[in-house]
Design a protein around this ligand. Structure first.
Ligand SMILES: Cc1cc2nc3c(=O)[nH]c(=O)nc-3n(C[C@H](O)[C@H](O)[C@H](O)COP(=O)(O)OP(=O)(O)OC[C@H]3O[C@@H](n4cnc5c(N)ncnc54)[C@H](O)[C@@H]3O)c2cc1C
Length: 412
C-alpha cells in the first residue's frame, strides 16, 4: 500500500473522500485508466482489516462481478464468493413463492454472495501496485474548490490538491452536507441483524427472502455450507435479537424462517445495522462528484445498495478516463453534468422502487398481504416479466459502461 506519509501537501488528479468499499473501488477504476488518485479515510486500516469490522455480505450482481474481474480482483475474491443459482421469495408463512432460476436467463449464476471483508481485503491489497495513495486514518475537514482545482483539507493540517474531489463518505456524507447538497431522508424504524448460521440441510446455492410483517428476512448461501442472515426488524426488536442468548436466538430464527433448511444455529457474532433511505438532490457540486451511499442509500431488501454505487463508479470512471485521454479538465462542470445525467434515472428508479417494496412488504395489512401474494403468484406465471426482473437484478439490462461489460474503459 502507498503510505500516507506525506508531510504537508500532496498532488493527485483526483482526491477521494472515504475509503469504504466504494471509495476504494473508485480509486482502482481510475488508477487502471492512468489517473493518479489519493483516497482518504478516517478509519484506522488496521481496525478495518479485522474480521469483526464489517459482518455484512454483499449479493454482488453479475455485472458488478464482471467489473471486479475487469479490475483484476475476481481471482482474489472468487474463493470467498458463493454463486447464487436460484432465488426464492415468499410472503410470510405462505407456501407459495416466486422462484428465480438461473437457467431461465443463461447458464451462469445470477450473482455471488461475497463477504465484505473479502472485498475490502482484495481492494486494499493492490493499492500499492497501482500507485494509489491511501491516507488513513485521517479526517477530511473541508473540500474547497477554486478555478484551478480543489483542495481537500485534512484535520491535521495537511492538504491534497486535485482537479476533482469525489465524495464516497457514506450515507451521512459530511462532504455532501458541507457542499450544501440537500438529501431526502426516510427512516424505516428498522435495523438489520446480520450474522452467519449453520443449517441441517444444504443450501444448494439458493438465496431465500421471506417478507415478514416487521421486515424482510434473507438467508444467503455462503461457501463452506453456511448462510448469511440479514434479518430486518423493528429497531428495538432487532437490538433485542442481537443481544439475546444464542439458544433463544436460534429458535426464534428457525421459527421465523421455517423448516426449509432445518434447524438454524448461529456461527460467530451478531451485528446490528440501522436502516434508512437517503437520496441527494444533486450528485455533483463545484469540482465535486458524489458516489454510492454518499449520493443514495437504500434498504437492503433486495441487496442492491453497493451494486448501485458500483454502477456510479463504472460511469464516472469511463467519463474521467475519456476526458483524461482528450486532455480535458477532470473537474469541469460539463463533465460532472454528464455524470449526473447518466445516473439520474437508474438511481431514482432504484431508490423509489426499494422504498415502495419496503413499505409494501413490511406490514400485515390483510388487503396488502392478499395483493402481495397475488402479485408474487402473477410474476411467477409470467416468464417474460420474471426474466426482466432477473436481468435487472443481475445489472445486465440496457446499455452498460465498459466496466460493467467486463472491460476496462478505453480498451474495448
Ligand atoms: C445490512 C446490510 C446489508 C447489505 N447488503 C447488501 C447487498 O447484499 N448488496 C449490495 O449491493 N449492498 C448491500 N448493502 C449496502 C452496502 O453495504 C452499502 O451500499 C455500501 O457498504 C456503501 O459503501 P460506501 O463505501 O459508499 O459507504 P461506507 O461503507 O459508509 O464508507 C464511507 C467511508 O467514508 C469514511 N468517511 C466518512 N467521513 C469521512 C471524513 N470526514 N474523512 C475521511 N473519511 C470519512 C468512513 O470512514 C467510511 O470508511 C447492505 C447494507 C446493509 C446495511
Amino acid at each position: 500500500m502507498s503510505s500516507s506519509g506525506f508531510t504537508s501537501e500532496l498532488r493527485a488528479d483526483v482526491a477521494i473522500v472515504g475509503g469504504g468499499l466504494s471509495g476504494l473501488t473508485m480509486a482502482h477504476a481510475l488508477a487502471v485508466g492512468g489517473i493518479s488518485v489519493a483516497v482518504v479515510d478516517r478509519e484506522d486500516p488496521v481496525r478495518a482489516a479485522q474480521a469483526d469490522f464489517d459482518g455484512r455480505t454483499t449479493a454482488l450482481a453479475r455485472a458488478c462481478q464482471r467489473m471486479y474481474e475487469a479490475l483484476g480482483f475476481w481471482d482474489m475474491m472468487e474463493a470467498a464468493a458463493c454463486p447464487i443459482l436460484d432465488i426464492r421469495v415468499s410472503d410470510g408463512g405462505s407456501r407459495l413463492f416466486l422462484h428465480y432460476d438461473h437457467e431461465d436467463v443463461g447458464d451462469g449464476p445470477m450473482g455471488f454472495i461475497v463477504e465484505n471483508s473479502a472485498i475490502r481485503e482484495a481492494l486494499m491489497d493492490k493499492l500499492g501496485d497501482r500507485g494509489i495513495t491511501h491516507v488513513a486514518p485521517a479526517n477530511v475537514a473541508a473540500v474547497v474548490a477554486d478555478q484551478g482545482g480543489v483542495s481537500v483539507d485534512l484535520s491535521d493540517g495537511r492538504q491534497i490538491r486535485a482537479m476533482l474531489a469525489i465524495g464516497a463518505d457514506g450515507k451521512f456524507s459530511p462532504t455532501r452536507e458541507a457542499a450544501g447538497i440537500r438529501s431526502t431522508r426516510l427512516g424505516y424504524g428498522q435495523s438489520a441483524v446480520v450474522c452467519n448460521v449453520a443449517h441441517e440441510l444444504p443450501h444448494n446455492n439458493v438465496a431465500h427472502e421471506r417478507f415478514l410483517p416487521s421486515g424482510p428476512l434473507a438467508l444467503l448461501p455462503l461457501n463452506g455450507g453456511c448462510s448469511s442472515v440479514v434479518w430486518s426488524e423493528r429497531d428495538a426488536v432487532a437490538r433485542a435479537l442481537a443481544d439475546m442468548d444464542e439458544q433463544t436466538f436460534n429458535s426464534e430464527l428457525t421459527h421465523r424462517f421455517g423448516d426449509t433448511l432445518g434447524a438454524l444455529s448461529l456461527v460467530g457474532r451478531r451485528w446490528c445495522y440501522p436502516l434508512s433511505m437517503s437520496h441527494a438532490e444533486r450528485y455533483v457540486g463545484d469540482r465535486l462528484a458524489l458516489i454510492a451511499d454518499a449520493a443514495h442509500a437504500i434498504h437492503p431488501i433486495a441487496g442492491q445498495g453497493l451494486n448501485l454505487g458500483l454502477r456510479d463508479i463504472a460511469v464516472l470512471a469511463e467519463l474521467l478516463i475519456e476526458a483524461r485521454g482528450l486532455g480535458l479538465d477532470l473537474g469541469s462542470a460539463g463533465l460532472l453534468q454528464r455524470y449526473q445525467r447518466a445516473r439520474r434515472f437508474d438511481v431514482t428508479t432504484m431508490v423509489a422502487s426499494m422504498d415502495l417494496l419496503t413499505r409494501l412488504f413490511s406490514n400485515d395489512v390483510p388487503a396488502l398481504r392478499a395483493a402481495r401474494r397475488l402479485g408474487l403468484g402473477a410474476v411467477q406465471r409470467m416468464p417474460r416479466l420474471k426474466k426482466l426482473f432477473m436481468r435487472h437484478a443481475m445489472g445486465t439490462l440496457g446499455e452498460l459502461p465498459s466496466l460493467l461489460r467486463g472491460e476496462r474503459p478505453g480498451t474495448g
